[in-house]
Design a protein around this ligand. Structure first.
Ligand SMILES: [Zn+2]
Length: 281
């Protein structure tokens, strides 16, 4: 069973509720949806911990079993249906292929004796390719994930995120936000409305979703006034929204380092050049 930690456990509550949809902004009944689509493994039972408990007293951290995995109620059924129809399949294909591929590569590293345990993955680089995926749709599903787990009002602050999700062919302006991807390992998963890293004289904030080997982060431009890049080891995939055609399949190739969870540890220093490229399938 995967473990996840989250700064506010109530976000993954599945109790019936009425409220404002975090994507379209309309008020009404909120439907049951999975932050990570069920078809991508987001329905698997997990143990959820409060982030501050894990930091202050990990031995006695309060954990809560979530039978429905990443299920929550933050969006309306109309928006939920759109995610299901337009983006879930593409995202799940990518997410599963990436996790399975990374797992295979880790087994190879262990079998060859290059590493003994997963704890030695930090700083290891992985080359990987996934064929026949639609990066434009994948990026839109990632934006929807952040609508659910980031603070309410994200789409009010950045309307381009709302437009991008609600119009499947819309190419948004990406001047106000960035999406990052990395390979991460740690004790399961991490969800947070805001992860804060304190560097000398600066606090950098972003939202993060880490699960299995994939870390996804959403950063607003305004949250980083001095332009210090704490997500330096991650690949910026925001341009999937502007450079990939909506209905075209591509092959994605990348070279990325493993990093420990962004939630509790600072990123590792960058050694070689990270690379992520896409080409027509
Ligand atoms: Zn809605």
């Amino acid at each position: 069973m995967p473990a996840a930690n989250y700064s506010d456990l109530s976000i993954l509550s599945t109790k019936e509720k009425v409220g404002r949809c975090r994507i379209c902004g309309e008020s009404g009944p909120l439907s049951l949806e999975h932050v990570i689509p069920r078809s991508a493994g987001g329905g698997e039972k997990m143990q959820l911990y409060n982030t501050s408990d894990l930091i202050t007293n990990p031995e006695k951290a309060y954990g809560e079993i979530k039978q429905n995995g990443t299920a929550t109620r933050t969006i309306c059924s109309k928006c939920n249906n759109k995610l299901g129809r337009w983006y879930d399949k593409e995202f799940s294909k990518f997410y599963k292929a990436l996790n399975i591929g990374v797992d295979d590569e880790i087994k190879k590293l262990i079998d060859s004796g290059e590493i003994q345990t997963k704890n030695e993955l930090s700083g290891k680089w992985l080359k990987f390719g996934i064929k026949e995926v639609r990066p434009f749709c994948i990026a839109k599903r990632i934006l929807a994930m952040f609508c659910s787990i980031d603070y309410p009002g994200l789409t009010d602050k950045i309307p381009e995120i709302q437009k991008a999700i609600l119009d499947k062919n819309y190419v948004p302006s990406i001047s106000d936000f960035s999406i990052f991807l990395c390979l991460c390992y740690g004790n399961g998963a991490f969800f947070s409305t805001i992860a804060t890293l304190k560097l000398p004289n600066i606090v950098d904030t972003f939202a993060g979703i880490e699960s299995l080997y994939i870390g996804l982060y959403l950063k607003q431009k305004s949250s980083n006034p001095k332009n210090v890049d704490t997500l330096d080891n991650c690949a910026n995939i925001t341009n999937w929204l502007t450079e990939c055609e909506p209905n075209k399949q591509y092959e994605i190739n990348f070279t990325l380092p493993f990093v420990k969870t962004m939630a509790l540890d600072p990123p590792i220093p960058q050694k070689t050049k990270k690379r992520i490229c896409i080409k027509n399938a």
